[in-house]
Ligand binder design. Sequence first.
Ligand code: NAP
Length: 353
Amino acid sequence: MSEPKLRWAIVGTGHIARKFASDLRWSKTGTLAAVGSRRAERAKEFAAAMGGVEITGDETATVLERRDIDAVYVATPNPDHAKSAIAALQAGKPVLIEKPAAVSAAEAQVIHEAAKDANLLAMEAMWILFTPGIVRLREMLREGRIGAVRSFTASLSYGRPHIAGDKLFDPASGGVLRDLGVYPVALAQNLLGSPDEVSGLTSRLDNGSIRQASLSLRFGEAMASIACGFEAEGPNTATIAATRGYVSTKGSLLCPPALAFKSKSPPAPYTPAEEKPVAPLHKPSRLPWFSNARKIASAYREKLIMTSFQGSGLQYQADHFAAYLRRGAAQSPIHPLAATAAVLQTIETVSGR
Ligand SMILES: NC(=O)c1ccc[n+]([C@@H]2O[C@H](COP(=O)([O-])OP(=O)(O)OC[C@H]3O[C@@H](n4cnc5c(N)ncnc54)[C@H](OP(=O)(O)O)[C@@H]3O)[C@@H](O)[C@H]2O)c1
């Protein structure tokens, strides 16, 4: 018999709340049951707009008290995440918290303590780590398909006009590192572990908020180069280069529809120079254009791995969360709160707070 679906409540009725609600329709394990707002009226409007799904809307505190809610997704602005997440945990609900789960590494630690006190699962909604393309990429690195990683390159930037008063440009809780930089940094640290060294450059608006940043991270012998910005439309891809080949996201690194992959065969066993036969001189080819064309074609012999997904891909994190909640896990093995704090620590090293 199939298990009953996990009944989710969303806190917040904004942009990402709507996208999550829409993507939950693709979830194998969860269903949306309720939405909470600062104003019951707004939550009722949200619920009414969710055609085809039975959900109710109410004030957040009322929703958190409901016994038929199994898990809570916090989709409020960054400075409110800790407060809403801790309220959910204290009401006995496991919680999935929008990124960045906290505005600082220290605040992430406070949420972690609250989760331990409540003995409940809490996880940052770092959805990219659970999209099919990124799951496949992580498997390929684990299987050693391209050898030992030496370089990670990623960028995430969108041309977004600066609007005075917009929370994205609030120097205390926003800025491009917390809004966009968290994704490639989380991906690099998820694939490569804890960085040994972190440095970076930032460009700021007059109010002190970071609008563009570049980061350099060293993980043993691997180096990561990450860029993020609010002013340019970037390719928003990631490439991991290793001793035998590379793998790149085709399309956005957030939820790539395909991966490009190229790998050399393992090197031939080493033969000392004195034992090698003397190579004959090449005869000049009668068709030089043909041999060059073959070389050019081989340079493009990348394999394309399709990694299709449904909706916009936010449901995969919800399915991962449900799987570990059912196992009684205190933390996600892929993205524990300690990893959230470590990403914020990297960001703080670069942003200077
Ligand atoms: N995963 C992604 O791809 C992605 C994309 C965009 C944003 N995000 C993250 O999602 C979070 C929300 O972003 P958003 O773009 O959805 O924001 P938004 O459109 O402004 O929505 C935030 C919602 O939170 C509620 N809220 C609670 N306390 C609030 C407060 N003090 N001030 C304002 N609103 C408050 C509001 O709903 P009520 O009025 O009903 O209470 C509001 O609609 C952010 O942390 C952001 O980083 C993630």
